[in-house]
Design a protein around this ligand. Structure first.
Ligand SMILES: O=C(O)C(=O)C[C@]1(C(=O)O)C=C[C@@H](O)C=C1
Length: 373
C-alpha cells in the first residue's frame, strides 16, 4: 500500500468515527438533560471505570494503553459537553465578581521608598498615598483590615522564580489579584561615600537579589547577608557607615539613602524582571482583562494532574504559569497555582469553572488582570 492509499483508508475511518462521535455527543446531551432534571452529578467515576473495563475486554494488548487514553479523553469531552449543556439549561452557577473598578487611594507595599515594590506601586497606581510596611504579611493584613485599598507584592522573578510566601498569603487572607506589572530589575552594588569596589567584603540584600547577583558575588569573593528588602539594605549600609559593607539595590534606592554606586548591572541574567501584582479584597473582572489566576487541588492518584490540565486544553485556554506548593495539611500533597488566558465574563469560563468546581476537591479563583505579555 502506498502512503496515499493508507491515508485514504484513514480518511474513511475518520468519517465513520465522526458520525459515531456526533451520535455519542447527542447521547451525552440526553444524559445531561436527565441529570439536570434529577440534579445528579455529571462526573461518575465508577461508570467511567466500568466503560473502560467493558471496552478493553478482548482488546489487542499492544493497543490497550492507547485505547484507554482514547476512551478517557472521549468521556472527558463528553463531560465538558454536558456541563455546557447544563449551563444552557439553567444550572445555577455564577462566578461572584464585580464588574467595576473600585476607587484606589491608599496603596501599601513591603520595603521602603526606593524599593522595586515602590516602583511597581507608582507605575500601577500613580498619584495615590503610599505606605511602606515591613513584611509581605503586613501588606496582606493592611488590605484585609481596610487600612489600604490595594497591596503591592512580587509574585515571580525571571531568575529566582516564585515568591511562594505570597502564594500562601493570598489564600490565608482571601485577597484577589486585580492588576499586574513587570518591573525590569537591574541591581547595582552601592557603598558609603569613600568606599571603592575593592573595599566591599560583605553585602546586604533581599534573598532574591542575592541569588540574582550570586555570580558577581562569587567572582569577587564577597559574602552576603539577608535583608528584608533591597531598600532596607541600602538604608542599613548608610547607617552602619562601614567602608567594607555594600548593598545590592536599585540605583534609585542607592541615591535615596545617600550611597555611592560602585558598579551597575551586577545581576547575571540581563533579562532579570519581577512580576508584581496588586491585591485587594475584591475579585474584579474588566473587559480588558486577559488573564485569570486560579488555585486547585487534585486527587492524589496517577494521571489526575494531567487530566485537569487536559480540561483547560478542552476550553482552548493557554496556561501561562504553573506553580505547586505543599497543601500544608497532608505530606506530599500539593496545591497548583495556574495563570491562564481568558476573561471571567466569557461564558466559556463560566462553564470551565463549573466543571472544575464539580470535579476537583478544591478550586478557587485568585484573580483577574490584564497582562501586556
Ligand atoms: O453515564 C453517564 O452518567 C454519563 O454521564 C456519560 C459518561 C460517558 O460519556 O460515557 C460521561 C460522564 C460520566 O463520568 C460517565 C460516563
Amino acid at each position: 500500500m502506498t502512503l496515499d492509499e493508507i491515508r485514504k483508508e484513514i480518511d474513511e475511518i475518520d468519517i465513520q468515527m465522526k458520525e459515531l462521535f456526533q451520535r455519542r455527543m447527542k447521547a451525552a446531551e440526553r444524559v445531561a438533560e436527565s441529570k439536570f432534571r434529577t440534579k445528579d452529578k455529571i462526573l461518575k467515576p465508577e461508570r467511567e471505570e466500568q466503560v473502560i473495563r467493558q471496552l478493553t475486554a478482548g482488546l489487542d494488548k499492544e493497543l490497550e494503553q492507547e485505547y484507554i487514553s482514547f476512551v478517557k479523553k472521549m468521556m472527558e469531552v463528553s463531560r465538558t459537553h454536558q456541563y455546557k449543556k447544563t449551563i444552557i439549561l439553567g444550572a445555577a452557577f455564577e462566578i461572584a465578581c464585580q464588574k467595576e473598578e473600585l476607587p484606589v487611594r491608599q496603596v501599601c507595599y513591603q520595603g521602603l521608598p526606593g524599593s522595586y515594590s515602590e516602583m511597581a506601586a507608582g507605575s500601577m497606581f500613580p498619584n495615590c498615598q503610599y505606605t511602606a510596611v515591613s513584611t509581605f504579611e503586613d501588606v496582606f493584613s493592611q488590605v484585609s483590615e481596610g487600612s489600604s485599598d490595594i497591596g503591592i507584592v512580587p509574585l515571580e522573578n525571571t531568575t529566582a522564580g516564585g515568591v511562594y510566601e505570597v502564594y500562601d498569603l493570598l489564600l490565608k487572607y482571601n485577597l484577589y489579584i486585580n492588576c499586574s506589572d513587570i518591573v525590569k530589575v537591574e541591581h547595582c552594588l552601592a557603598g558609603i561615600k569613600g568606599a571603592s569596589l575593592e573595599d566591599i567584603k560583605e553585602v546586604y540584600s533581599h534573598p532574591q537579589a542575592i541569588l540574582q547577583s550570586k555570580e558577581f558575588l562569587k567572582s569577587r569573593g564577597i559574602t552576603a547577608k539577608v535583608s528584608s528588602n533591597t531598600a532596607v539594605a541600602a538604608q542599613d549600609v548608610f547607617r552602619e557607615n562601614d567602608l567594607g559593607r555594600g548593598a545590592i539595590c536599585s540605583i534609585a534606592a542607592a541615591k535615596r539613602y545617600g550611597l555611592n554606586i560602585l558598579i551597575e548591572g551586577i545581576n547575571h541574567n540581563k533579562e532579570n524582571a519581577t512580576k508584581f501584582v496588586a491585591v485587594s479584597k475584591h475579585l474584579i473582572s474588566r473587559p480588558n482583562h486577559n488573564r485569570i489566576a486560579l488555585v486547585f487541588a487534585c486527587s492524589h492518584r496517577s494521571g489526575s494532574l494531567a487530566s485537569v490540565l487536559g480540561i483547560f486544553g478542552d476550553y482552548g485556554v493557554n496556561l501561562t504559569e504553573i506553580h505547586s506548593r505543599p497543601d500544608g495539611k497532608h505530606a506530599w500533597e500539593y496545591l497548583f497555582y495556574v495563570d491562564f488566558t481568558g476573561n471571567l465574563q466569557d461564558e466559556r469560563m463560566r462553564v470551565l469553572f463549573y466543571q472544575l468546581t464539580e470535579e476537583l476537591p478544591y478550586v478557587k479563583i485568585l484573580g483577574s488582570y490584564e497582562s501586556k505579555q
